[in-house]
Design a protein around this ligand. Sequence first.
Ligand code: CU
Length: 162
Amino acid sequence: MSIKIAAAVVLVFAVFAAGGFYLTRTPAPASEAAQADIGSALPRSGQGTNTGGAAAAPVETAPPSDAVDAEDVREVVIVGDNFAFSTKTLALKSGQKVRLTFVNNEGMHDFRLDEFGVATKKLKAGESETVEFTPDKTGTFEAYCSVGVHRAMGMVTAVTVE
Ligand SMILES: [Cu+2]
């Protein structure tokens, strides 16, 4: 039942996000059904529905701004071994934020991408570190491990930004 309510609240949110004026002009059948499911008078304001939704399913009804942020961030995971990165080529978009997690499987390695100021600590086996950056120029750049001669040994990733 709580899932149904959460779904209904999300639906109402979606309608509000699409344009609240739709409700006043021509109420969509979906919103009518959602209100019937809840079984009580649903406040027309977004704040009212937010309070009710938080009790039913906090994760589902997180503020819409979170969802927008999530869409704008490119999540990348790169694993390091002796002596290579799991990702040989990485295509990114200029202006799109990147949340890169470097996971080190064995040995000691870091992940660097000088052009965008990316540099994890030198990680031991089993450690990981997440860095965030937003590429602001296009081209192909070489990410690398700065430990010893690992870069020369091929511990690199070709990062293309377009
Ligand atoms: Cu290395």
